[in-house]
Design a protein around this ligand. Structure first.
Ligand code: GTP
Ligand code: MN
Ligand code: MN
Length: 446
């Protein structure tokens, strides 16, 4: 009998769009460190370096087991010298000193806080940082004029930096469906982004809207937005019209990754509605949407807690209830307590009174929502493009361009050799055009 230990040597295709990446990650220690370095590179606007670390992290995410030695990695693509050093450090010392010191650096911490403001990107955050603005209170004291998005971003900072649960995403879906159907019966709404990939939380909720009859979807977004506004669901919105046909660079060859669909970046007001025994005359029979509008949850008042869960556990703040589809079909029953302090990378930041309205024991929370409207002829491309992950999308486009001489966008697929567009009415057809095995959304978590 041999006492030799067999070493599992991993292998994987170098394009993330050829790999199946589920949410089960056996190498979180490695991928989290590499993601920190990717994030830091992105915050320093070093895109190339950012992508390199993202690719390295992604290849480790698809492995069937935890990496235990460097020799297991010799068959893997996308792992450059730098990533290899990071991995070696973690395997030998339990942590990456570079990732740790990055996380603790003043610059990284400050840029994270500042880009946590909706409407603030790496460029703006860097400019502010160099002016000595490292915190939200310093930003407020600086007297900088903020645009509308940034003002909303600051006002709802706490909520927007609190993950959105699937339960909350489902509640938002109901509202969006109600809005869309009110203004265009027959329109179809699809949840995209991370939730379509099976994630249990997200930083926002993404929707794609279309109508089976081409052209019927035109002008839909302003109507949906008006309806949502009239019902008090929107805290902020910015709609950009479809500019696809006007663009000079032509379909399939967008100037950037940004597409040209009619698109609305918004912040929803989602009422935390856990109360079954309701007050203010709201009927028990109210539909979820109606009760969503009308019900005021009486927080901190134990007399109002009847009928919902165990009232003993009421602590004067919102009671967190587990969603139970059997007895409580209401999708809005889960509550996220939010605090007056932000915890950004373990560093507590207290917000001043201006932001207090968005925190503490209010009966609602702010949620980032992205709405996109697509003509049905482009729906499959839009669905594929908006489902993500971001790296998976990038890799699909790279595969198309480098290996197939095709240009893929969220609007179309152009074959440069045949000089024609390739039609598709499903994601499966697009993968087939690209000569790729079909990868379902839950396996696109690269
Ligand atoms: P979380 O929201 O953090 O859960 O992750 P997510 O994967 O849903 O990310 P996000 O909402 O940022 O983006 C969802 C998908 O939309 C990703 O695949 C992005 O690449 C894509 N996306 C975001 N912005 C744009 C855009 O302007 N144009 C196009 N075509 N796609 C975009
Ligand atoms: Mn998303
Ligand atoms: Mn989004």
């Amino acid at each position: 009998q041999s006492n030799k230990v067999e070493v599992v040597v991993f292998s994987a295709p170098s394009y993330a769009c050829k790999r199946r990446t589920t949410l089960k990650n056996h190498n979180t220690l490695l991928t989290e460190a590499l993601s920190i370095l990717a994030e830091s590179a992105e915050l320093n606007e070093d895109e190339g370096r950012g992508v390199a670390f993202r690719r390295a992290a992604a290849v480790l995410k698809c492995l069937p087991k935890a990496v235990s030695s460097m020799e297991q990695l010799r068959g893997l693509p996308c792992l450059g010298d730098h990533s290899m050093r990071v991995i070696k450090d973690i395997l030998e010392n339990g942590a990456s000193s570079e990732a740790e010191s990055t996380k603790q650096s003043e610059r990284f911490k400050a840029l994270k806080v500042l880009t946590g403001i909706f409407g603030v990107g790496a460029k703006t955050a860097d400019r502010w940082f160099r002016e000595g603005i490292h915190s939200l209170s310093q930003l407020q004291e600086s007297g900088h004029t903020l645009n509308q998005a940034q003002q909303a971003g600051l006002q709802f900072y706490d909520d927007i930096n609190l993950p959105v649960s699937k339960t909350e995403a489902d509640a938002i879906s109901e509202i969006v469906e109600k809005a869309v159907h009110a203004v265009l019966p027959g329109a179809e709404i699809t949840l995209t982004g991370g939730f379509r990939r099976g994630k249990l939380t997200g930083h926002d909720v993404d929707f794609l809207i279309t109508h089976p009859e081409e052209g019927k979807e035109e002008g839909l977004m302003p109507k949906v937005v008006s309806w949502l506004e009239s019902q008090g669901f929107l805290l902020y919105q910015k709609t950009t019209r479809n500019s696809y046909l006007e663009s000079k660079d032509g379909p399939g060859r967008p100037a950037s990754n940004m597409d040209r669909f009619e698109r609305c970046l918004s912040i929803f007001k989602l009422t935390k509605d856990r109360c079954v025994g309701q007050k203010q005359g709201t009927k028990q029979s109210a539909t979820p949407i109606e009760s969503h509008v009308k019900t005021v949850c009486s927080l901190g008042d134990p007399t109002q807690a009847k009928g919902e869960g165990n009232s003993e556990s009421l602590t004067g703040s919102c009671q967190k209830t587990e969603p139970n589809p059997q007895s409580h079909p209401h999708p809005l029953s889960q509550i996220h307590p939010s605090n007056l302090t932000l915890n950004v990378l373990g560093q507590e930041k207290s917000l001043d009174v201006d932001q207090a309205q968005t925190s503490g024991h209010k009966p609602w929370r702010a949620v980032r929502v992205d709405l996109v409207v697509s003509p049905v002829s482009q729906f499959a491309f839009a669905l594929l493009g908006w489902t993500g992950s971001k790296l998976f999308e990038r890799e699909l486009r790279r595969w198309a361009g480098h290996e197939k001489a095709m240009s893929l966008s969220s609007h179309a697929l152009y074959d440069n050799k045949q000089s024609r567009y390739l039609r598709a009415s499903s994601e499966e057809e697009i993968f087939a055009h690209l000569g790729l095995e079909y990868i379902p959304p839950t396996e696109r978590n690269a």
